[in-house]
Structure formats: C-alpha cells, structure tokens
Design a protein. Structure first.
Length: 256
C-alpha cells in the first residue's frame, strides 16, 4: 500500500453494502488512504475476503455481517464499530436494491423490499450512527454522512416508480439533514449515479428492464464502481468548511 497519501488516517469509516459494487470499491479506497473501515453487508464470505484483502495491503478493516432491514442487527454493528474502532466519523450509507416492475403485477415482495432496504434501512443506519457522528464532531473531527441515491431520484423512468421514489426519499432526506446537522459540524452529502456496472442489475426479474439493460450496454460505457469510490474520496477530501451537498455522476453517453 502506498504510504504517501494517508490523508484519512485517524478516521473511522462505515460502509454499508460493502460486499460488492460501489461499497466494496469505496471501502478499498478509504482503507488505502488510511481510514479504519467497518464493512457491513449480509454476505460473510465476501466481507471476510475484502477485510483480508485490505489487511494484506496494510490497511485496517473489520467485517460485520449486518442486515440493514433488521433493527437489532444494525444496532449490534453500530455498537461493534464503537467498541472495536471508535466512533464512526464517515458513514457511506450505500446498501440498496433496484427491482423494476409494472405497478399492479410486480410481486409484493419486490416493491416492498426496495422500500424496506432503500428507505427504512437507510434511515436505520443513520439513526444508529448519529450518536457516534455527533460525538466525533463534538471532539472536533471532520464528520461525513454520505448517502447513495440515484439519478432515478430526480428523473422519470417507466417501470422504475418504486425504486425512483425510494431514491427521491434519500436525496430529499439528505438536503434536510444537511441543514439540520451542518450546525453540528456534520457534513451530509448525496451521490446520484447513473448506470453503473455492479451486481445491482443481476437481481432484475422484469423482462422489459433486462432487455433495456442489454441494449444500453451496447451503446454506453457504464460507470465503474471505482468511479463512485473516487467521488466519495473527493467529497471527504474537501476542507472541513466545505459540504458537497449533491453530486450527479453519469456515464458520458447515457441520455435521460
Ligand atoms: P450491488 O448489488 O453490487 O451492491 C448492493 C450492496 O447492498 C451489496 O453489498 C449487498 O450485500 C448490500 N445489501 C443488499 N441488501 C442488504 C441488506 N438487507 N442489508 C445489508 N446490505 C444489503 O449494487 P451497487 O453497488 O450498484 O449499489 C450500491 C448503491 O448504489 C445502491 O443504493 C443502489 O441503489 C445505488 N445505485 C446503483 C446504480 C447502478 O447502476 N448500479 C445507479 C445508481 C444508484 P449483501 O447481499 O451481501 O447483503
């Protein structure tokens, strides 16, 4: 690991959705820059492998199997972070699920699970880590809460109604929390990515969206998870008085 750019040394980062995609790439980046990183997701094997990779590169990470749709699970992980790493001062609130479908025929568990994870799960993570972030801020540390939304939160796509609405919640929540938490020296940001090559689309069951994805992949170079990690890295490298509220990041060729 490169030792010259340890600008995040001393920081305690929590990454949800760390077992794949944007969360995984961001955890690697934050650890490479010196942050201690808590890796949260449900898949133990993937988290353990990532923690081992980070340690092998000279970084520090703990794997915490967490289901963010389960209150006790999130609270247990928040307690473990405080005990093992100290108060979290950088929370990348990123776990999410995208399941397009037609209103009326989409199975209930598909629309419901997006709300449970993207809305209620995201709120659970914020509620569980706010006390630690407030304590860290009161001690004078730089503190960041970064939520992953989507361009779907502000644009309209057919058959993505529920997913888009969950992300509109995340974006608008961020705007409000920035106003509420800024005076306490906690920065609050939202990243709204366009289409990004991760595992997210592998869960689609709606044929219209599967077909659209296949066509789009022929004409658009999708974003990479590392592009989102770099964006998180940019946000947290800003001076303490600067809060990047909202960043939209798109593949160059993606139209709306
Ligand atoms: P991935 O599917 O690769 O990652 C999703 C992550 O969420 C996984 O690590 C998964 O881990 C975790 N997760 C799912 N359910 C739970 C749960 N109940 N509890 C804890 N963790 C959970 O997709 P991305 O990296 O693309 O997604 C990251 C975020 O980016 C999401 O919020 C998504 O909505 C958003 N986004 C994605 C875009 C894209 O095109 N890919 C575009 C715009 C936004 P595990 O299964 O191990 O629990």
């Amino acid at each position: 690991m490169n030792t010259i750019d340890k600008d995040l040394a001393g920081r305690v980062a929590v990454v949800t959705g760390a077992s794949s995609g944007m969360g995984r790439a961001t955890a690697l980046l934050l650890a490479s820059r010196g942050a201690k990183v808590a890796l949260l997701a449900r898949r133990k094997d993937a988290l353990d492998a990532l923690a081992a990779e980070i340690r092998q590169q000279g970084g520090e990470a703990i794997a915490l199997v967490t289901d963010v749709t389960n209150q006790a699970s999130v609270e247990a992980s928040a307690a473990a972070v405080r005990k093992e790493l100290g108060n979290a001062d950088l929370v990348f609130n990123n776990a999410g699920l995208m399941l397009p479908g037609a209103i009326g025929s989409q199975p209930q568990h598909e629309w419901e699970s997006q709300i449970d994870l993207n809305v209620t799960g995201a709120m659970r993570v914020i509620q569980a880590f706010i006390p630690q972030m407030e304590e860290a801020a009161a001690q004078g540390k730089v503190v960041d809460l970064i939520n992953t939304s989507s361009i779907a939160g502000q644009y309209v796509f057919g058959y993505f109604a529920v997913y888009s609405a969950t992300k509109a919640f995340v974006s608008h929540l961020t705007r409000h929390l920035r106003v509420e938490l800024g005076p306490k020296n906690i920065r609050v940001s939202v990243i709204e990515p366009g289409i990004t090559e991760t595992e997210l689309q592998s869960h689609f069951t709606f044929q219209g969206a599967i077909d659209w994805l296949e066509n789009a992949s022929k004409s658009i170079d999708f974003l990479k998870a590392e592009d989102i990690a770099a964006t998180v890295g940019f946000i947290v490298s800003m001076p303490k008085h600067v809060n990047m509220q909202q960043i939209v990041i798109m593949p160059t060729k993606e139209g709306i």
